[in-house]
Design a binder for this molecule. Structure first.
Ligand code: GLN
Ligand code: ZN
Length: 773
């Protein structure tokens, strides 16, 4: 095989939804039946073409494999699963007579159909991207089921590009999979590695035939310690898989990319020894391989991930270049790379003309990061002097940022500096419980919802009109008040015990807070794919955070004025605000979290003063930020739990603090959840049929708890009997004094018809359960 050299600069992946979310529109229009398959294919090809052209215009090479072919209709894990035929038996019918899957088959796996739930979705490493979880069993018949990745290489080729296809590597694919239903208890998807690798060999041959000179195999599974397989087993699997892939003939050169945390010397050496030609390491989250590992690695190229793919800061380009030079001085062949795919950042700072120019000068979105890579690569080829001006400009921007007003706010600093232990704790839980019982007078098994009510088309239209200036503040507020009045009346009619205002004023549970706090800015086009066609627009947390004035109070107290039942105030917690924003990188997260916590603490104080007796502080992202390395987890849980406590511990004894978490894998972090010291916690449980009750019982969990009895992820209306059943199961492990009755999550994505019917059944079931106590 002739060896082609690895490009001197590259990125691990690029946003794929399109600069103006063109792929989202194409997908949703096709799913609605509003466009033909050919039109969809054409739109998707258009996004791929635009991406390649853009990357070339930014300076990546057209024919040196530096442009990754990292597009996907829905999800890159699904694309790889389809490439190797990892289709679970319950979807066997989507395979045609030749064992292949077409576009509609792909979407059936991704979205389910009338009879079947789709593949499960879960978070991709510690990001807010969700991938589809392949289901693999002892019988899964791996085979080449789809050739679209090769077709994309050929498509690029026809347009004059030699691109580098990206697949999830075999070890990571299996580590991210779950055992298919019905597999024996001791079965692990990784057991199937030896059957899977030969199919990768075939896929590689296809890619080579299509014209690929390099292939990128993403193996971030190697860096994570949260996937339930021990490190030695993972390394052994890696050794076996790559020895076999390396010995295959007629394949592209192998580039194994790892990201999201430190790869470590041992895994680096394992890969280098297996003969792969290039290895990608995340040098933002992790450290460079040691000098000994570099020396032992021979002529492998190190794609040094010095540009942060996870965040939007321009960063210290001079330090990044110094890292590359240092590796080179140790004898390594070095390429400049991003630490992760750029799929986690928006396209282009230039698409945000409304941003303050000074703030904009501190930022680098995907296109700016590509520019930085091109600069670093030029430095590697032509020497430091050739890029001195660019390095200096980045340094100057960083210095400007450090001294800019608002980045440091002395009032905020003085407040955090003065914090003492008492600011993080409340009166004992038993004392609180008695005070709250007197203040609130709730029945046993109280019923409530998680906060949002359906965000109807009408609400979205009015919000748009207000944003465009078509209606004034007063008209818009009047509309929102009517909406709140309607939702409060509905809850009274349904007989719910704790009322919410329904959150119609919120576009998003984080952005709404970013808009009302100092220290944040929001973008207009800064969309980032969350899953499938869904995107979020993370806010930018760039300065010291504080809250200029109360903003949720008017809505909550208006709702309270309409009912004699308690209204629950609704806030997003500090960890979730950080997790779903782009956060400043110039101080520890814990410090920023405490600033956000103090801003929330001020809001809680004002809610109390306004007569709100129950306040919920949502933390659905608490689990998401849990570090991939066990050694880092204790520290994370310390600061994250502390920030929640700081936000809530100013509340009076009689004020009931609730929290809400969006998942049911509760066992893993139950101590941390207990540590939040919330009076009541609602969690997801309907989908897993109350599995969580066992964990709660095991841990003698003694706080108020609302395991969801209504799965809001689907339009299905749960029957009264079904909810009674779930409550019965819950009562087997939870004291009736502690149990709350609520849905799994907020109702904002649901329609009114199913919401009303479901809540009616929920209230009915709670009544029956009370009578049987
Ligand atoms: N209070 C929010 C809502 O009901 C919580 C959403 C969430 O947990 N993601 O919409
Ligand atoms: Zn939720």
């Amino acid at each position: 095989m002739t060896t082609t050299t690895f490009p001197t600069g590259t990125i691990l992946g690029y946003p794929r939804i399109g600069r103006r979310r063109e792929l989202k529109q194409a997908l949703e229009s096709y799913w609605r039946g509003a466009s033909e398959r050919a039109a969809f294919e054409e739109a998707a090809a258009g996004v791929r073409r635009a991406t390649r052209e853009r990357l070339a215009a930014l300076g990546l090479g057209r024919d040196d494999s530096s442009i990754p072919e990292s597009s996907a209709h829905y999800d890159q894990v699904l694309d790889t699963a389809l490439a190797v035929g990892a289709v679970p038996a319950r979807f066997a019918d989507v395979l045609d007579a030749d064992g292949r899957v077409d576009l509609d088959g792909e979407f059936t796996l991704a979205r389910g159909d009338a009879e079947r739930a789709p593949l499960e979705m879960t978070k991709w490493f510690d990001t807010n991207y969700h991938y589809l979880v392949p289901e693999i069993g002892p019988e899964t018949a791996f085979h080449v089921a789809d050739s679209r990745i090769a077709a994309r290489v050929a498509e690029a080729r026809a347009e004059g590009f030699t691109t580098r296809p990206v697949l999830v590597g075999p070890v990571t694919l299996l580590l991210l999979s779950k055992a298919e239903d019905g597999a024996p208890a001791e079965f692990s998807p990784l057991d199937r590695l030896a059957d899977l690798v030969p199919v990768y060999v075939e896929v590689l041959r296809e890619l080579r035939e299509a014209g690929a000179e390099w292939v990128q195999l993403d193996e971030s599974g190697l860096v994570s310690e949260t996937l339930g397989v021990d490190a030695d087993t993972v390394l052994e699997a890696t050794r076996a898989a790559y020895a076999q892939l390396h010995s295959a003939t007629d394949r592209p050169e192998l580039f194994v990319a790892t990201a999201y945390a430190d790869l470590g010397d041992e895994a680096f050496r394992t890969l280098a020894d297996s003969g792969v030609a290039a290895i990608g390491v995340d040098l933002v989250r992790g450290s460079a391989p040691s000098a000994e590992a570099v020396a032992a690695a021979g002529d492998v190229t190190i794609a040094a991930g010095v540009i942060d793919g996870h965040n939007i800061w321009r960063g210290d380009l001079a330090a990044a270049f110094a890292t590359l030079e240092e590796l080179r001085a140790q004898g390594a062949t070095v390429a400049a790379s991003t630490s992760t795919s750029l799929q986690h950042v928006p396209h282009d700072v230039a698409d945000e003309p409304q941003l303050d120019a000074r703030l904009a000068s501190w930022l680098a979105f995907a296109d700016q990061k590509v520019g930085q890579i091109v600069t670093l690569a030029r430095g590697l080829t032509e020497g430091r002097d050739a890029i001195a001006a660019e390095l200096d400009a980045a340094t100057a921007a960083a210095e400007d940022r450090a001294g800019a007003p608002g980045v440091r706010d002395e009032k905020v600093r003085a407040r955090t500096a003065a914090l003492g232990e008492k600011d993080f704790s409340r009166e004992d839980a038993e004392v609180r419980e008695a005070a709250q019982q007197t203040a609130l007078g709730l029945p046993v098994l109280p019923t409530t919802t998680i906060g949002s009510f359906p965000q109807t088309r009408e609400i979205r239209v009015e919000r748009q009109r207000f944003a465009k200036g078509e209606i004034d503040r007063e008209t818009y507020d009047g509309f929102l008040r009517e909406e709140i009045a309607r939702v409060v009346a509905l809850q009274e009619e349904l007989g719910l015990d704790v009322i919410v205002h329904g959150e119609p004023e919120r576009n998003d549970m984080v952005q709404y807070f970013a808009e009302n706090f100092d220290g944040f800015d929001v973008t207009v086009n800064g969309w980032v794919q969350s899953y499938g066609s869904r995107c979020t627009r993370p806010s930018i947390l760039w300065g010291d955070v504080s809250r200029p004035e109360a903003f949720t109070v008017p809505w909550s107290s208006y709702a309270q004025s309409l009912t004699s039942k308690p209204v629950k105030g609704m806030l997003t917690g500090p960890v979730t605000i950080l997790a779903w924003s782009f956060v400043r990188d110039d101080q520890p997260l814990g410090e920023t979290a405490n600033q956000v916590a103090l801003a929330l603490r001020d809001e809680i104080e004002d809610l109390e003063t306004a007569g709100i007796g129950i306040i919920q502080v949502d933390e659905p992202a608490l689990r998401e930020l849990l570090p991939l390395k066990q050694a880092d987890q204790a520290d994370y849980l310390d600061w994250s739990v502390a920030s929640f406590r700081l936000a809530t511990s100013g509340a009076a004894e009689r004020t009931q603090i609730h929290t809400h978490l969006c998942y049911s894998e509760f066992g893993q972090i139950i101590d941390a959840i207990d540590g939040l010291d919330a009076d009541v916690t609602s969690i997801e449980a309907a989908r897993s049929r109350m599995e969580v009750v066992e964990d709660l019982e095991k841990h003698h969990y003694a706080r108020g708890i609302g395991p969801g009895v209504y799965d809001i992820h689907s339009p299905r209306v749960p029957s009264t009997e079904e909810i009674e059943q779930l409550l019965e199961t819950a009562l087997e492990g939870i004291d009736s004094r502690l149990l709350w009755v609520n849905p799994d999550c907020g109702l904002k994505t649901r329609g009114y018809e199913e919401t009303e019917a479901s809540l009616r059944n929920l209230v009915e079931a709670a009544k029956t359960a009370r009578e049987q106590l």
